[in-house]
Design a protein around this ligand. Structure first.
Ligand SMILES: NC(=O)c1ccc[n+]([C@@H]2O[C@H](COP(=O)([O-])OP(=O)(O)OC[C@H]3O[C@@H](n4cnc5c(N)ncnc54)[C@H](O)[C@@H]3O)[C@@H](O)[C@H]2O)c1
Ligand SMILES: O=c1ccn([C@@H]2O[C@H](COP(=O)(O)OP(=O)(O)O[C@H]3O[C@H](CO)[C@@H](O)[C@H](O)[C@H]3O)[C@@H](O)[C@H]2O)c(=O)[nH]1
Length: 443
């Protein structure tokens, strides 16, 4: 099958590469010329483990192409996939500017019947509007069908997810269009679930909102654990043993970030508001997550009184490990606040530093290693659970820091391990380890 994919971000590029790997002829279009030049050479513009190799292989085998030219890309396509961004508007609603531009481009350049597949996350009803607009704009003899095919991949494991997802959702009103998209996807060997269009659109928002709620729930439990002397790590394992609860998404920490959960929870709240429904549970999840992202900061201020003049090491800038994405990361909430309080910040991340430099080019000192970031600091904040940090010897913290105060927002170390050292250790939902006032002793 010939497939055109519009937009080569995390979703479009990984989808295009995945579809070419299962045998389709794929042409990916992006308006960003620099990106397209790199992709033509087999270089992924985003950090995603395994993606470069798979791109290069499929380019060489002649199934994967890149262009900035929509007309060329649409010419032979049996289906056009829309994978452009749907960022957040100031009021929390989804911004459909890029989607609307693609609709215009399809209407301008497509000259035959076409099936348009929406991968982007869009509010319920959007695909019906796309279909209406396209059929109004296209010549009368040409017909467009629209299919909602939401994407569930996670950043950092996107290549794995595209071949090993739990389900592929196909939301369609036309049997023929649904059959075409089923045929395209069958080689993935992933269970396919067919629905009507609105339900498919809602499945995407409901899934993300549910996962965000699950994270907020375990984080609230963690906060109570701290006060009553329970250990959230043990509690999560015990809860997960019940198959109705499940083991995943019970990792307590400093809240969820990323390009999806924050914006999609807000968009769903707005979707409900627009039909006069107050989604109170979701509002609480959103509000709570904002507080949870500040948790380490609040604890450090409670411990030190003031952070003015303190030297602070930050380990981890990305919103989660194995990605260079910092969108809605806890680091973006915490670091500006530390600077506002007058602290000196040194920061290290294995791959997200370049992205953080676009936001804070000179205000913080970026280091080339975790050890440099913790050297001579009064306290260290761990914001992302990179394996590189989890495998650091705790002795390094004792040796290199001015005073060993570690605030671990991702529970990277076991309490047993920490207990062997003279370290003041605060983590989420576990016992606080206060050895001594090392800050005073060492200064
Ligand atoms: N990032 C994720 O992990 C993820 C997962 C599932 C679903 N989604 C959803 O998928 C959609 C895309 O997300 P993303 O993170 O891949 O976006 P992104 O912002 O990383 O990439 C979008 C790309 O589209 C390009 N673009 C914009 N308008 C264009 C046009 N008219 N023609 C050609 N290219 C155009 C941009 O240049 C950019 O490269 C969003 O709706 C998002 O909510 C994202
Ligand atoms: O137990 C957990 C799991 C995750 N997180 C945090 O939640 C955020 C999101 O993590 P994750 O879901 O792994 O990453 P994303 O790449 O944002 O993927 C989510 O968002 C995508 C975009 O919609 C969906 O496609 C995926 O199914 C959905 O998991 C990150 O900040 C994590 O640190 C936790 O705090 N605890």
């Amino acid at each position: 099958m010939n497939i055109a994919v519009v937009g080569t971000g995390y979703v479009g590029l990984v989808t295009g590469v995945g579809l070419s790997e299962i045998g389709h002829n794929v042409i990916c279009i992006d308006t960003d010329e620099k990106k397209v030049t790199r992709m033509k050479l087999g270089e992924s513009p985003i950090y995603e483990p395994g993606l470069d190799e798979l791109m290069t292989k499929n380019i060489k085998e002649g199934r994967l192409q890149f262009t900035t030219n929509h007309a060329e890309a649409f010419e032979a396509a049996h289906a056009i996939y829309i994978a452009v961004g749907t960022p957040e508007n100031a009021d929390g609603t989804a911004n459909l500017t890029y989607i609307n531009q693609v609709v215009e481009q399809i209407a301008t350049y497509v000259k035959k019947d076409i099936v348009v597949v929406t991968k982007s996350t869009v509010p319920v009803g959007t695909n019906h509007s796309i279909k209406e607009k396209l059929n109004a704009l296209l010549p009368t003899e040409t017909k467009a069908e629209v299919v909602s095919n939401p994407e569930f991949l996670r950043e950092g494991s996107a290549v794995y997810d595209i071949f090993n997802g739990d389900r592929i959702v196909i939301g369609a009103d036309s049997k023929e269009a649904a059959a075409l998209i089923r045929e395209i996807n069958e080689p993935f060997g992933i269970p396919i679930y067919e629905t009507d269009i609105c339900s498919a659109e809602m499945i995407k928002y409901a899934s993300n909102a549910f996962l965000a709620t699950k994270i907020s729930f375990i984080n609230e439990i963690a906060n109570v654990c701290e006060k009553v002397g329970a250990d959230v790590e043990q509690v999560a394992v015990g809860m997960g043993l019940d198959s109705r609860v499940g083991t995943q998404f019970l990792k307590a920490g400093i809240g969820y970030g990323g390009s999806c959960f924050p914006k999609d929870t807000k968009a769903l709240k707005k979707i409900a508001e627009n039909v006069d429904y107050d989604f109170g549970l979701l509002s609480a999840v959103i509000e709570f997550n904002n507080k949870q992202q500040r948790k380490l900061l609040d604890q450090a201020v409670a411990d030190f009184g003031s952070l003015e003049g303190k030297s602070i090491g930050v380990l981890g800038l990305a919103f989660k490990p194995n990605t260079d994405d910092i969108r809605e990361a806890a680091s973006l909430t915490i670091i500006p606040e530390l600077l506002r309080m007058g602290a000196h910040v040194k920061a290290y991340d294995p791959i997200a530093i370049e992205n953080m430099k676009k936001v804070l080019p000179t205000e913080i000192q970026y280091t080339g290693s975790a050890v440099e970031a913790i050297e001579d600091t009064d306290l260290v904040l761990i914001l992302t659970e990179w394996d590189e940090f989890k495998s650091l010897s705790l002795e390094i913290f004792v040796k290199k820091m001015k005073s060993s105060f570690i605030y671990d927002g991702r529970n990277c170390f076991s309490l047993e391990a920490v207990q062997e050292y003279d370290i003041n250790y605060y983590s989420i939902g576990r016992k606080m380890l206060n050895k001594s006032n090392l800050a005073t002793n060492k200064n």
